[in-house]
Design a binder for this molecule. Structure first.
Ligand SMILES: Cc1cc2nc3c(=O)[nH]c(=O)nc-3n(C[C@H](O)[C@H](O)[C@H](O)COP(=O)(O)OP(=O)(O)OC[C@H]3O[C@@H](n4cnc5c(N)ncnc54)[C@H](O)[C@@H]3O)c2cc1C
Length: 395
């Protein structure tokens, strides 16, 4: 059986572009089809943990991103009203020394642009406004139709087409993503418009009953990003993302710590997202088609690892395709990636209970135990995070 040469990718999100870059650098012939007519990542900030940074470094992007990055000093969990710390664990230089790569905060658009520039420079063809509609897996090629009426064929099709993946649907049948009974408001506030509100230079999760709030700086410290998550019974809207009502958001978090309310008082706009999930997939590949990123393992954002997992997937898939014939490469990719992505999917879900103070007394005891561990046994906290941040797919 032959090795893959020509690769087509559905989706130019962070996963699709990272895969395109890794493959182009390994001399594959790569074309990306993106349904959006303009490229530009919506939705504010991203925490890029050291495990993902190792891949971006291996792809030569670290220097291009450095001036856009913000280096958080601590990872914090704080009480929603008093601001008391349940956790204040060092990031900054300490994280870089411990994990061998930095922990950065980036604006999604900055990461997306850096990936796109590098892809174009490496010879990737990116076709915009072109939806991959359905594919036909043949013996010697995979062919698929595009929304512009054309047909295309390649040795391999990578479905990096996000949580509503068409490629996944064709591989596994129709199944709508499940609303996880949580919504997330997101937004950014320029530091110049903070009106004296002082935001700590940390990755901070403010925890309260039934909701939590995340705040951190991005774009070299020029903007503050926020994500406000609230539990909700249902999602009535047709779309899964819409412009949110800033006053509704302010009232959902009224009475919270002044760092939160002050930030929201100075925010002008916000977007509201339904948070969706899916069950673990039985298989990530079939014939000449393979899935990557949110298309195969969407997760709640409560470990800040969704994009990081897509980036790790991209690197591993490229390495496998470089070393093995197609069938071996896809089997190996899935065997290497699925257990890790599924574990982090589960950890993300667990954090929802913790951040929303579920479980009454038991929940409060858990938060107090984190506080005690952070103060007296920081190695317990490190022990939980080491396998996530310390992992190095480039080795
Ligand atoms: C509130 C929130 C906060 C988050 N914070 C973090 C964080 O701090 N750190 C982190 O690592 N992750 C975070 N995540 C998760 C992260 O955003 C996702 O996991 C990541 O964007 C997934 O990337 P992807 O490339 O797999 O999919 P996507 O980003 O969804 O990209 C898919 C692309 O495919 C295109 N597409 C779809 N269908 C087709 C088709 N048929 N043909 C062609 N193109 C198509 C889409 O237009 C899109 O451009 C967060 C998520 C949310 C909701």
């Amino acid at each position: 059986m032959k090795k893959v040469k020509q690769v087509a990718i559905a989706g130019a999100g962070i996963g699709g572009l990272t895969a395109a870059l890794a493959l182009a650098k390994a001399n594959f012939d790569v074309t990306v089809f993106e349904q959006a007519s303009q490229l530009g990542e919506v939705g504010a900030g991203l925490q890029m943990s050291p495990n993902a940074m190792k891949v971006l470094r291996a792809l030569g992007l670290e220097e291009a991103l450095r001036s856009y990055a913000f280096v958080p000093q601590h990872a914090c969990i704080r009480h929603y009203q008093s601001g008391d710390y349940y956790l204040k664990s060092p990031l900054g230089a300490a994280a870089e020394a411990r994990y061998g790569a930095p922990y950065w905060h980036l604006h999604r658009a900055d990461l997306h642009n850096a990936l796109l520039d590098a892809c174009l420079h490496a010879g990737v063809r990116v076709t915009l406004g072109c939806r991959v509609e359905n594919y036909k897996d043949q013996e010697d090629k995979v062919s698929f139709s595009l929304s512009n009426g054309e047909q295309y064929q390649a040795d391999l099709l990578i479905g990096a087409d996000g949580i509503r993946s068409m490629v996944r649907e064709q591989m596994h049948g129709q199944e709508s993503p499940r609303f996880m009974k949580q919504v997330a408001w997101r937004g950014v506030v320029p530091v110049s418009e903070l009106d004296g509100v002082k935001i700590q230079p940390d990755a901070c999760v403010w925890v309260g009953p039934g909701r939590h709030f995340v705040s951190y700086y991005i774009r070299g410290g020029k903007l503050v990003n926020f994500v406000a998550v609230e539990e909700r019974g249902d999602w009535q809207q047709e779309s899964w993302r819409e412009e949110g009502d800033i006053n509704e958001l302010r009232s959902a978090f009224s009475g919270w710590h002044p760092e939160v309310t002050g930030l929201l008082a100075n925010a002008e706009t916000t977007f509201l997202w339904a948070l969706n999930g899916r069950d673990e997939l039985t298989a990530w590949h079939q014939g000449r088609v393979v899935l990557l990123g949110d298309a195969c393992h969407p997760m709640l954002p409560f470990m800040a690892q969704g994009a990081a997992m897509a980036i790790e997937d991209a690197h591993v898939l490229s390495q496998c395709l470089e070393q093995y014939t197609r069938a071996q490469a896809l089997a190996r990719y899935e065997a290497l990636r699925k257990p890790r992505a599924s574990k982090i999917q589960a950890m993300s879900k667990e954090n929802a209970g913790l951040y929303h103070m579920h479980g009454g007394l038991a929940g409060r005891i858990k938060l107090q135990a984190i506080r005690a561990a952070g103060q007296f046994m920081p190695q317990v906290i490190a022990h939980k995070l080491d396998p996530v941040y310390g992992f190095d797919v480039t080795k």
